[in-house]
Write a protein that binds this ligand. Sequence first.
Ligand code: S3P
Length: 444
Amino acid sequence: MTHAASAQPLAARRSGALTGRLRAPGDKSISHRALILGAMAVGETRIAGLLEGEDVLNTGKAMRALGAQVERGDDGVWRVRGVGVGGFAQPQAPLDFGNSGTGCRLVIGAVAGCPVEATFDGDASLRKRPMQRVLDPLTRIGARVVSVDEGGRLPLVLRGATDPLPIEYEPPVASAQLKSAVLLAGLAAPGKTIVIEAEATRDHTERMLRQFGAEIKSTHHGDHGRRIVLTGQPELSPAEVVVPSDPSSAAFAMVGALVTPGSDIVLENVMMNPLRTGLFTTLKEMGAAIETVTSRNEGEEIADLRVTFSALKGVDVPATRAPSMIDEYIVLAVAAAFAEGETRMRGLQELRVKESDRLAATADMLRVNGVDVEIDKDDLIVRSKGRAPGGGLVATHMDHRLAMAALMMGLASEQPVQVDDTSFIATSFPGFVETMRALGADLS
Ligand code: S3P
């Protein structure tokens, strides 16, 4: 709904070496959470390095509509004056999350613990995505779904709980959004809200809740899971949040450099949270030269990474790795298109419910560019002799990551790769095209 721009097609052509340094914008997951927790704290939270992409700005608007003060200072630091846990005001208009599943699902969770009624809506892509998965546990907490579109889709109207209950919940899918929605609702409930994950997903909500003063414990559960226990009704204190660069955004230039001969770039300030770095692990297994130049800990592990052109080979990517690289499969598939041999990416069922059906759309992106690709149940298989023909027009289906990945493919394919619309890149990586051009990418 908020995304007013008309379609912006673009082509990527075979480029010379990519060189130079790139600092990807702030991490999207952390940016959403900083605004939401800032709005639920008492006092002024300051956020440096916030991602100023459309998705996050929509979350900021929603926090304002719920009564928080959210402002960008002249110094680029965002200030959020919160209303306290359970203190949201009744919004006067529908909350519009544009393209953002994360913003929408997290705020649904936050609202579910407060006695206000809110309408949630989004663009045509978000209106196709499943919301029932968050509504199920939230109704157990005491929220009431006043109305919802067919199949548990947006727009929906939610009445938050007057007396929220703490629940113990095992998400049926590995989803940080679902986990976070339950934890944010659980903030307003007395007693302990418990989430048991069979597969650990990104833990930014847990880390940030701790930073804002909540009592939250996370222990290992089974082989790959976590048991998270949150003590409800804390008074959240404001925090100073410094947002590191988004590894999911840095991923595009990383793959662009790996496949474009002669490239040698440095990606600065990349967040290396181990629940986000599955792509880096996989690319290294494929033979990628990714070297940590410097690293430091600022609440999260952060590194500068040097990436140089590499001859890649196909690998088998286990399904257990999916949560740590869930947003990176499209660009991994591009790397696979330039890797010698077969790459099998397993267990990708969640890709079907992202900004687009990413499993189908990724296969289409490769197929129209002459790459041998197959979907086998929930697995994506790419076979290559180390080169991609290109020459295709990629349909991006309102999906920022498809647009960026397809452009990276065009930098090294034999014929140009065209994409139908780059306008959605602004949801997560404003300035992407200019930034890539500055490294030497031929995009026009
Ligand atoms: C996110 C979680 C993931 C990811 C999304 C960001 C988050 O979604 O795809 O881009 O910030 O919690 P799911 O939790 O639905 O897998």
